[in-house]
Design a protein around this ligand. Sequence first.
Ligand SMILES: NC(=O)c1ccc[n+]([C@@H]2O[C@H](COP(=O)([O-])OP(=O)(O)OC[C@H]3O[C@@H](n4cnc5c(N)ncnc54)[C@H](O)[C@@H]3O)[C@@H](O)[C@H]2O)c1
Length: 331
Amino acid sequence: MNEAVPALKGKRVLITGGFGFIGSNLAHECVRQGAQVTIYDCLDPRSGGNIQNIQEVRGEVAMVINDIRNLEAICANVLNQDVVFNCAAYTSHPNSMREPYIDIDVNCKGVINLLEAMRRFNPEGKLVHIGTSTQIGKMRVDPIDEDHPEFPFDIYSANKSASEKYVLVYGHAFKMHTTVVRLANNFGPRSNIRTPEFGFMNYFIGLALQGKEISVFGDGAQLRNISFVQDSVNAMIAAAVDPKSDNHVFFATADRQLSVAEVSKTITEVVGGSVRFVEWPPDRKAIEIGDAVIINKKIKSVLGWKPCVDLREGLLRTKEYFTPRQRLYLG
Ligand SMILES: NC(=O)c1ccc[n+]([C@@H]2O[C@H](COP(=O)([O-])OP(=O)(O)OC[C@H]3O[C@@H](n4cnc5c(N)ncnc54)[C@H](O)[C@@H]3O)[C@@H](O)[C@H]2O)c1
């Protein structure tokens, strides 16, 4: 991206789920680039959404408190937007197993609502939807790329897999400008660091900030793809502004995989706390996927994106954000 002229300067941008972890970081970057930003979010208390997340840009974004399950409202809000980023989702893997119908309503029907709204009222607009690496399930071919089969292990990931296909169907069938950017294990400012339900990484950071012990299951040797959120935000913007991204799925993941043990040790070195290795709880062992090795070759070659922030630098920036705000995120 040419930083001299920010890619989104003067663009009208709608961010569904803009109070959440990824959406709020995206909102900050869009504002920084000079976009006119509207956040559309229902502030679902079961999600990582937090009004605090947009505190620094509160006066510079329009806010619509509404639900992507509300077709009429979403139709009214996609109108005249240059770009719609869909960051709204029912995001907890365990909750999706307890509440599968809510998950279908938000992660499938909600996405259909957005697609229908775009088709009817903004067919020239660009839609960037977020997919997840957990759509893959267990790695069958090493490394994982965008053509790897998907056999997800939970309802959230299964529904994310289905809704990604809806996005591509609309792109093909109605010649709409749609792209899916698949993310994996993001960490960084504005994440939900209070509970383990939104991924291990941010929860570990929350424990470390409080000087607590991090429990790693087994020997922690399993490999994971960890991304700093700003890199993901940059990937989504690269997809939004480059027509070559139309009707493609991209993995926007780190250049190298790290073991859970290595990540945990680095968190304690940079942020605080300590690590303890514990036996796998049987219910967790049953859904453990083993190593996940994802490559980012496609997005690099098609969009010229690359990750720029390594684990240590990302942790420093995360610590800097949360340290003065611990009470707001952990209290
Ligand atoms: N965080 C990660 O590591 C990660 C990894 C892969 C994919 N993703 C995807 O990125 C997207 C954003 O995830 P996140 O980590 O920011 O989650 P989050 O839980 O922090 O944010 C989700 C936001 O969506 C809002 N929301 C939920 N249901 C809604 C509805 N029905 N209508 C309107 N708003 C609604 C919530 O209030 C919240 O603000 C999701 O699609 C998720 O699947 C995230």
